[in-house]
Design a protein around this ligand. Sequence first.
Ligand code: MG
Length: 163
Amino acid sequence: MALAKQVLDAINKQINLELASAYIYDAMGIHFAGEGLKGFAGWMAKQAAEEKKHAQKFISFLLDMNEQVRLEAVAAPKQSWESALAVFENALAHEKKVTASINGIMDAARKAGDYASINLLDWFIEEQVEEEAIAQGIVDALRFLADDKGGIYALSQELGKRE
Ligand code: MG
């Protein structure tokens, strides 16, 4: 059941990236709470919790495969932005980085003929399509709203209803 070293190293790196993602979204949520946009803050808190689950999914996989999990230090995130649009543009750029990273692990898993990892990564590839589409949709809405504070507040309230 041993994983190819390249795949194992890449998954361990991905665990750190997912935890860093959680930290980034928590920072964004804290920023929004400070700005009085509680809906966006709540949305970000849920996003952070989802990223923790992504990390856990990779951790569980390595444990199931009897492989070593290596937890590294998580980098301090950026903590202030000049607008709601800037926050979500940052989130979108971050999700694109995560997608590229998942694709890189998939490349390594395919080269290694590692079907178990490929199966796990298929889930993440589908998830990233959704993550990017959601972030892009919010960026588009905020670009449309521009300086419309009432509209931005209403969008925040709407997103705060996220399950
Ligand atoms: Mg993720």
